[in-house]
Every structure is written in C-alpha cells, then in structure tokens.
Design a protein around this ligand. Structure first.
Ligand code: GLU
Length: 432
C-alpha cells in the first residue's frame, strides 16, 4: 500500500529553484509547495524562506603544535514564533551557510510537528574533528560558544549535538557559557552527559524515535517486523541506535555503512557486534561480511531503508532504483525533491525526516524541562512520553496523508507549517 501514487504531481511552480540543487533550495521548495497546499499567503513563504537571524563568526584556536588556527562557525536562527530557537551544532569540513540555513528550517518544522514549544535553529563549525585532538576539539567548542554567547540562552537559543558532536562537546559548551554568565546555566544546551544535567534516554532518542515511526508504518502497511529486513546508511548516533532497536524488534538488519563504506550480510548482522568492530577498527567495514559502497546499500532490496547520514543521498540519479518498501529518514534532508517525486510515484512509503528524526529533539525538550524544573525523570518516564509523542505525531500525519491524498512528507509539512503560521498570525506578524 503506497497510498501516495500520483500525488507528487500536486506541485507549485517553484521547481526551478529546487533544480538548482542543494539543501536550502530543497527546503524552500517544500515550504512553497506546502504553503500552496494550505492556501496560505506569500508573506508566510517570505517569512519562512530565510532565517530571522544568521550569524557567522571566526575565532582563534591554539593548536597542539603551538600555532593558531582560525575557525569559521555559523548559527542560523530560523524562526521563533513557537518558542526559542532549537537545534544542533555540527562539526564537519563541508558545512556551508546554505546548509546550516536549510537545517534550521527543518528544525522549525520538526519542533512544530511534534508540538514542542520551540522554533528552529542550527549551527555548524567548518572543521574535521577526525583530524583534531581531544584538546583541540574542546578549544573549538569553547571558542564557538564564546563567539556566539550573546545570541544563546535557555529562553533564546538552545543548541544540541548533531553530526560529529556529542555529549562531551555539549558539556564543554555549557561550562564555557556558564563561566561567561558567572552562574550555572544547564538549560542552554541539551544532549549533555548524565550527571551534568543530561536526561535519561537522550543519547538513543533519535534512533528510538525513528524505530517508533517504523513500527507505526509497518502496522498500517501490514508488514510484519519479525523477519522483515533493513539497511541503514550511517552508523553514527542515529543509525547505530536505529539498528539496535530494529534488531530488538525482530528485524533482520542486513546492511549498515559509515563514511568509509558498508557491510552486507543477507543472514543479518548483530548491531552490537558491528559497533564493537567500529569502535576497535574505526569503521563498520571491519566487520566480517561483504563490503559494499554507500550507493549499493541504498539500492538493496529490503523492507526498510534508513538513511541516517547526510543530505542529498537519495537523488534523481538513484531514486528509481530504491527497492525498499519503507524509507524512514533518520538523517536531515537525505532525499532531494526530485527523488521524492520519483519515490512517491513508485509507491514507496517515505516517513519524512521532520517526523522520523524528531526523537532527538523531543527528548532534548524533556531534558530542558528537567533542567528548568530541577526535577529529574526516570528512564521509563522518558521512553513512555517519547513513544506517546512520536505515535501521536505519526497518527496526525498519517491521517492527513490519507484524508487529503498527499504524501507523508506533504502531510507532515502541512501540520508543521500550519502551526507556525498560526503562531505568527496571533503574534501579529501576518495580516488578517
Ligand atoms: N541535531 C538533532 C536534530 O537534527 C537534535 C536537535 C536538538 O536536540 O535540539 O534533530
């Protein structure tokens, strides 16, 4: 059951922009298309197509060899109609302003869809953490916060981990921010370590949230997860936990990959074993099995495909060869608009990123609430609430997808944009 065949032809006339490629064009294309579906005015698009504030900083870092290197960082504060800006910070050599802006648009949509009292933001530092020592990564983390402290805060903008950042990076950043303010401010970042204001269940939240949505999708599509097969692109925080939770649900995880390539075994892989090999040898390809490329992994014939790496992985060039029944986007923006249309026409059930990857920011919200109230929750409370919120968001999107005959992505954006537009309207940012 695809339920989406033919719906991709419901499009507005912004394909020129999307055709230029890149995440920002893709994000804008989806916004314009959704605003058309909702019958909202152009001022909504004008307000959402760019961040309300975009900050670029450069800061010096003393390297281990005694030299000073100057790093570039960004923070995109997209929209705060629903609450303070919220979203991760990535450390990656290919970070660009347009990428960070797109990622911040997606955060606004993700927070709105899950009903969180947040707007969207995103940050990045252009660096390759694999080439930096631990001390240098600490210095980059502290330098970034010093440069941006004026625009961060628990009721202003609350960063979190993203690609190649983790709880240790958050701890250094909170420590730096607290020093600058002269008091403890744990609620300025989420994704902190346990024992330093962190929440139970935050580390695994993106992977678990994704698997919650897969369970909902499988139930509605009549797919028995026991014995179903899955391939997962990316074995970082999102992908490795998605693999483990799918395995626990009885799914046969037949292929996983990281930036160096993938490993495939039709009899199934044990994600814990794969993780041990990755930790010991630096890559999943150290695990015994047939080595495949990331491109090959995406085209495997499986029930569930989880892109859990970077943007633009499923594109016009490979969309016609995607052979999965369900694509659950644990990464942000893994599918281009062109590919989306091809997959919709082929009846592939896509659980869009703003839904499938929303578990992380949802538990970030729980962490922030715990920081603000100084009352800490049990692992069961976190898991139960996450499950409830993911299921509710899924049901809302799925019902709209069926009612209106639009794709799951269009339905998710319709829910998200409607809420943001309503908040902007009551605030007086829009006309009557
Ligand atoms: N970086 C994650 C995301 O893209 C988490 C953001 C957060 O927790 O604020 O959703």
């Amino acid at each position: 059951m695809g339920g989406v065949t033919g719906q991709a032809s419901v499009r507005q006339g912004d394909d020129r922009e999307a055709d230029l490629g890149g995440p920002l064009a893709a994000a804008r294309h989806q916004l314009r298309h959704t605003i058309g579906l909702l019958g909202l005015g152009d001022e909504v698009y004008q307000l959402l197509k760019s961040p309300v504030r975009f900050v670029e900083v450069t800061f010096p870092v003393r390297m281990d060899d005694g030299t000073t290197r100057v790093f570039t960082g960004y923070r995109s504060q997209h929209n705060d109609a629903l609450g303070p800006f919220k979203g991760g910070i990535r450390f990656h050599p290919a970070v660009t302003p347009d990428e960070v802006k797109a990622l911040s648009i997606w955060m606004t949509m993700k927070c709105s869809l899950l009903g969180l009292p947040y707007g969207g933001g995103k940050g990045g530092v252009v660096c390759d953490p694999k080439q930096l020592s631990t001390r240098e990564i600490e210095a980059v983390s502290r330098g970034y916060v010093r440069a941006l402290a004026e625009v961060l805060g628990p009721d202003l903008d609350i960063p979190a981990p993203d690609v190649y950042t983790n709880e240790q990076v958050m701890a250094w950043m909170v420590d730096e921010f607290s020093r600058l303010r002269g008091r403890n401010v744990p609620g300025v970042m989420t994704g902190k370590p346990m024992g330093f204001g962190g929440s139970h269940g935050r580390t695994e939240a993106t992977g678990l949230g994704c698997v919650f949505t897969v369970i909902e999708a499988a139930e509605r599509l009549g797919i028995d997860l026991k014995g179903a097969t899955a391939a997962i692109q990316g074995f970082g925080n999102a992908g490795s936990y998605a693999a483990r939770f799918l395995h626990q649900a009885g799914v046969r995880v037949v292929a996983v990959s990281d930036s160096r390539g993938g490993v495939w075994n039709p009899d199934g892989l044990d994600p814990e074993e794969v993780l041990r090999h990755k930790k010991a040898e630096g890559s999943v390809i150290a695990h015994p099995g047939r080595i495949i490329s990331n491109e090959e992994l995406l085209e495997l014939e499986v029930d569930i495909l989880i892109p859990a790496a970077l943007e633009d992985q499923i594109h016009a060039g490979n969309a016609s060869r995607i052979a999965a029944r369900i694509v659950a986007e644990a990464a942000n923006g893994p599918t281009t608009p062109e590919a989306d249309e091809v997959m919709a026409d082929r009846g592939i059930f896509v659980i869009p990123d703003i839904l499938a990857s929303a578990g992380g920011v949802t538990v970030s919200y729980f962490e922030w609430v715990q920081n603000l109230t100084s009352l800490y929750w049990t692992p069961e409370e976190v898991r139960d609430r996450l499950g409830r919120m993911m299921r509710q968001a899924f049901a809302e999107v799925y019902d709209l997808h069926r009612e209106r005959g639009v794709t799951m992505r269009d339905a998710a954006y319709m829910v998200a944009v409607r809420r943001v537009a309503e908040a902007m309207r009551v605030r007086g940012w829009l006309g009557e």
